[in-house]
Design a protein around this ligand. Structure first.
Ligand SMILES: Nc1nc2c(ncn2[C@@H]2O[C@H](COP(=O)(O)OP(=O)(O)OP(=O)(O)O)[C@@H](O)[C@H]2O)c(=O)[nH]1
Ligand SMILES: [Mg+2]
Length: 405
């Protein structure tokens, strides 16, 4: 049974010289796809379907044809760009217009060249009704595919390029496994809480051409939408000319690298690593320096080195605390003197446990059972397998824990 509630779905279609496709596409949507959606028995609600064509001022008359079709079908809107600014810019202009002028509840990213089968639209709307916020078409899951007519080069770029993009953007986190087709162009996004939270200024994009797809995907997923992939049987282009450029692969690679590099998490982790590495150097050289200084005292060599390492470690711990407080976790900086004191005590204890006691046990027990020759391997294992993740966890979740907004 349908509820009275009607939501608005806007299908944004960018076009550049698509006169051979756009008329047919609009006819198809308004005579086949949309009537099907209105009749569909499983829908819990009705959808107000609108199409927004964003035309890059095509010289072939695409815009004029759209205007003609708009006389026949009421819910067609044309946004004519003053220039061809790239497909990324076109989509963002369209999204902005769809949200502000067309009161969209959901917005589709959809190509008008019949490569995205219109039959996927009701399937995606169904997923939205089921509570998903972000639904994308994937060629890589069961039921999805690339066109049979694609040559080796295009298939290679799609397969390898997609995998590399996933690796660079998401590895080893869960989105690496969840997003199987990062370069796909078929998407629907809920406006409330997701699309309305994104920066729509296309001059801020790393790429105004194809690479924008990855940037939008990356930024949308950061908002933690309820996400789903549906199978996409990508079709061969049968009319009009391909606008895919030879530099697309380079564009994608550049964008995913920039996205990952400038991500908050990456930046924090790199700073954390730098401060940690610096702390190690202090410990390393400190041991030598204090050892020779303490030799002036009339102690046994064992006690001298114990004290030398303890001093060097403590200086490294203090340096780590200050460095992380001022740099890595600058956004959560501890400033009050009582807080600094209590957090520093906790940090110090945690560093002794995580950086000295546990690794020493790992190395001690390990060599006891496996033999002395495993010392160095065990040290690496202890530091990278335990101390680094342990510190990262404690720093983030205890010492510099984010305050709830
Ligand atoms: N408004 C606008 N539309 C564009 C622009 N570049 C491409 N498009 C349209 O966006 C759609 C998707 O373009 P692309 O995915 O880049 O390339 P394509 O031409 O579809 O490439 P094929 O997969 O070979 O068909 C096409 O239907 C184009 O007409 C642009 O700069 N501005
Ligand atoms: Mg296309």
């Amino acid at each position: 049974m349908k509820t009275n509630q009607t939501q608005t779905a806007v299908i944004v279609i960018p076009t550049y010289n698509e006169i051979d496709n756009i008329g047919k596409m609009l006819d198809y949507l308004f005579t086949k796809t949309f009537p099907y959606i209105h009749q569909k028995k499983t829908n819990q609600q009705d959808w107000n379907m609108k199409v927004l064509v964003v035309d890059g001022n095509s010289p072939d008359g695409t815009g004029k044809l759209v205007t003609q079709k708009a006389k026949k079908y009421k819910e067609i809107y044309l946004y004519t760009e003053t220039s061809k600014d790239g497909i990324g810019a076109a989509y963002l202009k369209g999204f902005k217009y769809a949200m502000s002028k067309l009161k969209a509840d959901v917005v589709f990213e959809f190509d008008g060249d019949f490569q995205h089968p219109p039959e996927t639209i009701p399937v995606m709307l169904q997923a939205i009704e089921d509570g998903y916020d972000y639904v994308i078409g994937s060629r890589k899951i069961k039921g999805g595919s690339n066109p049979k007519g694609w040559g080796f080069k295009r298939v290679f770029f799609s397969e390898v390029g997609g995998l590399v993009a996933r690796l660079i953007m998401f590895f080893p986190f869960k989105n690496f496994f969840k997003v199987t087709d990062p370069t796909t162009g078929l998407k629907v996004t809920r406006v409330k809480g997701i699309l309305d939270q994104l920066d729509m200024d296309y001059s801020h994009l790393y790429s105004k051409s194809f690479g924008y797809k990855l940037e939008l995907l990356f930024n949308t997923l950061k908002l933690k939408p309820k996400f789903k992939e549906i199978p996409l049987k990508f079709q061969v282009r049968t009319a009009g000319e391909s606008k895919i450029q030879t530099q697309t692969a380079k564009d994608i690679f550049r964008v995913v690298f920039l996205l990952r590099w400038h991500d908050d998490f990456t930046q924090k982790f790199l700073k954390f690593g730098t401060i940690g590495g610096f702390g190690f150097l202090i410990n390393f050289f400190g041991l030598k320096i204090f050892s020779s200084l303490y030799k002036k005292m009339q102690f046994q060599i064992g006690l001298i080195n114990f004290l030398a390492n303890a001093t060097a470690s403590e200086i490294a711990i203090i340096s780590n605390f200050i460095g992380n407080n001022l740099w890595t976790f600058a956004k959560q900086k501890i400033t009050s003197s009582t807080q600094i004191l209590s957090k520093f005590v906790a940090f110090n204890l945690s560093s002794i446990v995580g950086g000295i006691l546990v690794p020493s046990f790992i190395i001690g027990l390990g060599t006891q059972f496996l033999g002395d020759q495993y010392k160095t391997i065990l040290l690496f294992l202890a530091v990278f397998g335990f101390t680094v993740p342990y510190n990262w966890f404690i720093y983030n979740k205890v010492i510099w824990k984010k305050k709830k907004a």
